[in-house]
Design a protein around this ligand. Structure first.
Ligand code: SAH
Ligand code: SF4
Ligand code: F3S
Length: 439
């Protein structure tokens, strides 16, 4: 097949959502560039804008509509195409074209490989591509946004159907990328000088190599053998799938960071059940104990939803209690948002917005206090920090992350970007550490 020619197209991609969306946008950029299009750095320099969207909460969808409002003004002045990609595209499909006349095409996550051909053959007419495929479709083209830490998608989709979550309806059922392709990508990144890789999937622990049937621990062990990769991380893990083998692999590996994102969502047994999470609070806490016993330095983070239908004050207290017990390095907390097609959206006992707001504030206040205490205790320690570049707030300061994935801002007399630096921690706040590199 000859490559469609998109010379003349100047594209800008706006990404919302999770790391997988960020990685997908890198692939979309790679596909468009390979077909002759050129990336630009602002929507008004472009003649093609692709908005890669997230549907996980109502607020995420609102971001799309407010951006479309701004872009539709450009559209009146000059000829250009607006495409909606990602999870909103997959969820609302042709509704988007009907409701938003400024949108020219809608493309779901399983269809990006078709983009050049579709742009070429449908330039004058609107198009939609939201089919789902059962098997993995490899997209070799990629234009990465950083040269330090590389994303590698290992699986996509979810079979868990947590009652609040729209992701199974946007990403479809689980499908797995062949381990060979994952390893080649990791080797390739290492040979280009990347020091860290992050393996991505909605539910990485259910990974099975489609060719050999081996699981996630075996994949991690193989990636751990790749020469010159210093740090390996993976996200997201489901608590019900953390098995002794995985803990053993993390403990023994040379390069896997002792860091794990393990969403609990809620502390109450009753709420967890209605969420259809597939574990009890007791089981979750047992996993946490195993992890801490095997790796005393492990840094844990989590996701919390407050105000799930029927959540009582006593249920909510259980969530606060988990935060006190586990002492997470970091959390991501959200107000419950009813999503289309989900079981929870049909449940009774909706919690008033004011109460959801108040509970979110209490979760965040407690976690801020805990993080301040834990970070304060790190002053005086020395960490290896992978430097991602200059701090956005202060160009005199470098910014990077330690093994625990905490932000460390530090001063140094030398050029540090893309290197591991030993940083002496001299100060702390609730959300980051401050330090100094030796001269
Ligand atoms: N696959 C991952 C990520 C799912 S989305 C996982 O299973 O952990 C990321 C987070 O968004 C979830 O962990 C959850 O905390 C939050 N989330 C998902 N649906 C939500 C909803 N309807 N309302 C509020 N938060 C939600
Ligand atoms: Fe959503 Fe649950 Fe699947 Fe995560 S495991 S993507 S929260 S359904
Ligand atoms: Fe959002 Fe889709 Fe990721 S809904 S969180 S972009 S999987």
């Amino acid at each position: 097949m000859t490559q469609p020619d998109l010379t003349g197209i100047k594209f800008f991609i706006q990404t919302f959502g999770c790391q997988m969306n960020e990685n997908d946008s890198e692939h979309i950029a790679g596909i468009l560039s390979a077909a002759g299009a050129r990336p630009v750095t602002a929507p008004d320099e472009s003649n093609l804008v692709v908005i890669n969207t997230c549907a996980v909460r109502e607020k995420s969808v609102e971001k799309l509509y407010s951006l479309l409002g701004r872009l539709s003004k450009f559209k009146k002045d000059k000829e250009y195409l607006i495409g909606v990609a990602g999870c909103v595209a997959q969820l609302y499909r042709s509704d988007i074209l009907e409701k938003k006349p400024c949108v020219d095409f809608v493309i779901g996550p399983d269809n990006y490989w078709k983009l050049p051909e579709m742009l070429k053959s449908h330039f004058q007419e609107k198009f939609i591509a939201t089919q789902w495929y059962r098997d993995w479709h490899e997209i070799p083209e990629i234009q990465r946004t950083t040269a330090v830490s590389g994303y590698i998608t290992v699986m996509e989709g979810c079979n868990n159907f947590c009652s609040y979550c729209v992701v199974p309806f946007t990403r479809g059922r689980e499908k797995f990328r062949p381990a060979q392709n994952i390893l080649s990508e990791a080797e390739n990144l290492a040979s280009m000088g990347y020091l860290e890789v992050q393996l991505l999937g909605q539910n990485v622990n259910s990974y099975r190599d489609p060719e050999t049937g081996t699981g996630f621990s075996a994949l991690l062990e193989a990636v751990d053998q790749v020469q010159d990769l210093v740090w390996i991380r993976f996200i997201t893990s489901h608590p019900k799938n953390i098995d002794p083998q995985l803990i053993h692999t993390m403990q023994q590996a040379k390069s896997i960071c002792h860091q794990l994102h393990l969403p609990i969502q809620a502390g109450s047994e009753a709420v967890l059940k209605r969420m259809n999470r597939g574990y009890s609070r007791k089981e979750y806490m047992a996993v946490i104990s195993h992890l801490k016993d095997a790796m005393p330095d492990i840094a844990l983070s989590t996701d919390i939803i407050v105000g799930f239908p029927g959540e009582t004050e006593a249920d909510f207290q259980q969530t606060l209690d988990v935060l006190e017990q586990v002492r997470y390095t970091n959390i991501f907390s959200f107000r419950y948002s009813a999503r289309p097609l989900t079981a929870a959206s049909r449940m009774e006992g909706s919690i008033p917005l004011e109460i959801k707001k108040e509970r979110l504030q209490r979760v965040q206040d407690l976690q801020k206090k805990l993080q301040s205490e834990m970070n304060q205790a790190k002053v005086g320690k020395i960490y290896d920090v992978l430097c991602h570049g200059k701090s956005k707030k202060d160009p005199q300061v470098y910014s990077g992350r330690n093994y625990a994935h905490q932000v460390v801002n530090f001063s140094s007399g030398q050029e540090c970007e893309g290197k591991f630096i030993r940083v002496h921690i001299t100060g702390s706040g609730p959300y980051s550490l401050k330090g100094r590199a030796p001269d």
